[in-house]
Ligand binder design. Structure first.
Ligand code: F6P
Length: 362
C-alpha cells in the first residue's frame, strides 16, 4: 500500500451546518498521522484551477467546530464531467475531468476527501473510476441519501424550522391567521415532516403524499369551527397537488439542480380564496442552511471526518462513510448515489401525526 503523505479535502454542493466540523476532524486526524492536508476551495472547481488549493494549517481550523458554512467555500454549480465553457459567444458543455486528474497529481495528493450530497458524490464516483483514490462524506440538509441513516446538516435544519414554527404560533394566534411555511428538502419531505410534528403544525404537505386542497381547506375550517382560530401549515418545497406538478423556479444560470420555490405561496392563496381566512405565507429558505450546527451534527460530522481519514489509512478508497447505528460504516460510492431517501409512507412519524389529527392533504 502506498504510504500516505498528503491528502486533499473539499466541500461541494449547497452548504450545510457541520461542514466545518468535518473539515476540522479530517485535518486533525490527518495531522495526527503526520500527513499534510491541502484545502481545495469551491468544491471540484478548485481542482480545475489549482491556485484555489492551499495547505491547511492548525490556525485555519482553530475555532471552526461550531461555525456554520464552510471555510473552504463551495458551489452547487458546475460538474467537471459536463462543464459549461464559453467558446466565443456560445456556451458549450465539455468533459474537463482529465484536468482534475492532472491537477490531483500536480498537487502530489495521495487521496481526496469529498464532502457533499448526491451531486458531489456522483462526481466523486466518476473521479474514482478515473483512478483517483477518493472517499466521500454524506452532507445535506435534505437527508435524502439512502445509504446512510442520516446526513449531517439535517438535524440543524430541522431545529431551525421547528424554532420558526414555534415563533409563528404566537403571531398566528394573535391575528387568528393561517400561516403557511415553505421549507426546503428538495424531493424528500424529511424537514417538513419532522419539524411539522415537532413544531405542532396542523397541516403538513410532503412530496411523498400528493395533496388535495379540499382536504387541506377542510382542516383549516375545522380549526376555526372548533375555536382554535389559527392554523399552521408546513409545505415542503417539493410538494405537489394530486395530478399536479412541483413548482420549479427556472434559472437562467448554469445551476445543475432544479430550484423549487413557490408551492407555499400557491397553497396560501388557495386557502385564502377557498376558506376566506386571512392567510400569510413565508419561505424559510436558506435560513435552514445557516447557523451553528447542533450537537448532533457536530458529533456525527466529527465522526464522519475521522472515519473518512481512517478509510484512507486503511487503503479503502471509492467508498462513502455512513451512519449505521451504533457505528460509522462505509459503502461503495456507487451504492451511496444509487437511491434517494424519501419518507416511507409507513413511517411511524406520519402515523403519529395522523393520530394527532394532523392533515397530510390526503
Ligand atoms: O440541497 C440543499 C438545498 O438547500 C435544497 O433543500 C434546496 O432545494 C436547494 O439546496 C437550494 O439550492 P440553492 O442554494 O442553489 O438555492
Amino acid at each position: 500500500m502506498k504510504k500516505i503523505k498528503r491528502i486533499g479535502v473539499l466541500t461541494g454542493g449547497g452548504d450545510a451546518p457541520g461542514l466545518n466540523a468535518v473539515i476540522r476532524a479530517v485535518v486533525k486526524s490527518a495531522f495526527n498521522r503526520n500527513w499534510e492536508v491541502i484545502g481545495i476551495r469551491e468544491g471540484f472547481e478548485g481542482l480545475l484551477n489549482i491556485s484555489k488549493a492551499k495547505k491547511i494549517t492548525t490556525k485555519d481550523i482553530t475555532g471552526i467546530l461550531n461555525m456554520g458554512g464552510t471555510i473552504l467555500g463551495t458551489t452547487n454549480r458546475g460538474n467537471p464531467f459536463q462543464h459549461q465553457v464559453k467558446v466565443g459567444n456560445k456556451v458549450v458543455v465539455r468533459d474537463l475531468s482529465n484536468i482534475i486528474v492532472r491537477n490531483f497529481r500536480k498537487l502530489k495528493l495521495d487521496a481526496l476527501v469529498a464532502i457533499g450530497g448526491d451531486g458531489s458524490l456522483g462526481i466523486a464516483k466518476g473521479l474514482k473510476d478515473k483512478g483517483i483514490p477518493i472517499v466521500g462524506v454524506p452532507k445535506t440538509i435534505d437527508n435524502d441519501l439512502k445509504a446512510t441513516v442520516i446526513t449531517f446538516g439535517y438535524d440543524t435544519a430541522v431545529s431551525t424550522a421547528t424554532d420558526a414554527l414555534d415563533k409563528l404560533h404566537s403571531t398566528a394566534q394573535s391575528h387568528k391567521r393561517v400561516m403557511v411555511v415553505e421549507v426546503m428538502g428538495r424531493y424528500a419531505g424529511w424537514i417538513a415532516l419532522n419539524s411539522g410534528v415537532a413544531g405542532g403544525a396542523d397541516v403538513i404537505l410532503i412530496p411523498e403524499i400528493p395533496f388535495n386542497l379540499d382536504k387541506v381547506c377542510a382542516k383549516v375550517k375545522e380549526r376555526y369551527q372548533t375555536k382554535r382560530n389559527f392554523c399552521i401549515v408546513v409545505v415542503a418545497e417539493g410538494a405537489k397537488p394530486v395530478g399536479g406538478q412541483r413548482i420549479v423556479k427556472a434559472t437562467a444560470s448554469a445551476s445543475r439542480v432544479e430550484l423549487l420555490v413557490g408551492i407555499g405561496n400557491m397553497v396560501a392563496e388557495e386557502i385564502s380564496k377557498r376558506t376566506g381566512k386571512e392567510t400569510r405565507s413565508m419561505v424559510l429558505g436558506h435560513l435552514q442552511r445557516g447557523g451553528n450546527p447542533t450537537t448532533f451534527d457536530r458529533l456525527v460530522g466529527t465522526r464522519f471526518g475521522t472515519a473518512a481519514v481512517r478509510l484512507i489509512a486503511e487503503g479503502k478508497f471509492g467508498r462513502m462513510v455512513c451512519l449505521r447505528p451504533p457505528n460509522i460504516g462505509s459503502v461503495p460510492l456507487e451504492e451511496a448515489i444509487s437511491q434517494l431517501n424519501t419518507v416511507p409512507l409507513h413511517s411511524d412519524v406520519i402515523q403519529s401525526g395522523r393520530e394527532l389529527g394532523i392533515c397530510f392533504g390526503d
